[in-house]
Write a protein that binds this ligand. Structure first.
Ligand code: BDR
Ligand code: CA
Length: 313
């Protein structure tokens, strides 16, 4: 099994991803770390605890940063995920509590405990990862891989024409993550806009898996309405859960490689600027930046089949 930490701002598609990871026997979830994003961080923590309780798993939750590293916070997108982060379904308060370590401390602790073995799956703004790197820069060489949902290489953005939500919410943190010496794999809008999950699949999952599936179905309705009102799709984009699909079967995706930098001010704020490998730019911003793996194409039918099979196994 592969050890993962999921950094998250639950979030409807975060919930889809987290249950997917809990269900996958190839993955061992060491913990959930929370961050502001879709909702304020204290609610992200409560929501992460709720998800562990619905799934009946004993996985620690560590609370992380509440604001961006440098820029002013943007408003939370309640029109996408609801004010509760779960599509306004009025779910009861969790029974459990977060651990006393902060998210960044938890990440450092686990990476030090299992050197070379931990993959960080990031589904939210990247402040906790940036903070963990600040606390202990050596972890960049001790993490197996960082697989993140965020950014876009060629696809239009979802917050501005060039920026994706997780990156624009904390662009300085994202730039730190993309330029550190660990292996980053970016699952951005290039691929997540190719995968749409709708009620047909969610209903089948709910039937076989009433607890997790029933919860996902209920919380997805507000999210599906948001997406299907704005885009020509019958369902919602399968953003965060695509990272888990990548871990389970990387052959679902095609990859390109090259350094990424994040625009940290001005009209392009939050843009992930991708320089395909092989092109060389004698310009200081691009010197010595490690290559990111960028997912470009995805077999959406096989991916959704994998999701359904895993969720109903
Ligand atoms: C990302 O932003 C959030 O709204 C989703 O949870 C996902 O992580 C998509 O751009
Ligand atoms: Ca998210």
């Amino acid at each position: 099994t592969r050890k993962i930490i999921i950094d998250t701002d639950p979030g409807v598609d975060d919930a889809m991803a987290i249950f997917f990871a809990f269900q996958a026997k190839e993955l061992e979830v060491l913990g959930l770390t929370t961050v502001f994003g879709n909702v304020p961080v204290s609610l992200a923590t409560d929501n992460a605890l709720r998800l562990t309780e619905i799934a009946g798993v004993d996985v620690p939750v560590a609370e992380g940063v509440s604001v961006p590293s440098v820029i002013e916070p943007r408003p939370h997108p309640d029109f996408v995920h609801g004010t509760d982060g779960f599509g306004n379904i009025d779910w009861p308060a969790p029974k459990g509590k977060a651990v006393t370590l902060s998210a960044a401390e938890f990440i450092v602790e686990q990476v030090r405990k299992y050197p070379g073995e931990v993959t960080i799956v990031a589904l939210a703004p990247l402040g906790n990862l940036a903070k963990a790197l600040e606390l202990d820069p050596e972890i960049a060489n001790l993490v197996d891989e960082v697989v993140l949902m965020g950014g876009t290489a060629h696809e239009f953005g979802n917050v501005s024409p060039v920026a994706e939500a997780n990156v624009i919410n904390d662009p300085h943190a994202a730039d730190k993550v993309f330029t550190a010496s660990w292996q980053v794999t970016m699952i951005g809008l290039d691929v997540t806009h190719q995968v749409v999950i709708g009620n047909t699949i969610l209903e089948r999952i709910k039937e076989k898996q009433p607890e997790q599936g029933g919860f996902l179905y209920d919380c997805a309705q507000h999210y599906i309405k948001f997406y299907s009102d704005r885009f020509p799709i019958d369902g919602c984009y399968f953003h965060d859960a695509s990272t888990i699909a990548y871990l389970l079967d990387p052959s679902l995706f095609t990859l390109e490689r090259g350094p990424i930098r994040v625009a940290c001010e001005g009209i392009a704020l939050g843009q992930t600027i991708f320089a395909p490998e092989g092109l060389s730019y004698p310009e200081p911003h691009w010197e010595g930046i490690p290559s990111t793996q960028v997912c470009m194409e995805v077999d959406d039918e096989r991916l959704l089949k994998l999701y359904e099979e895993t969720m109903t196994a």
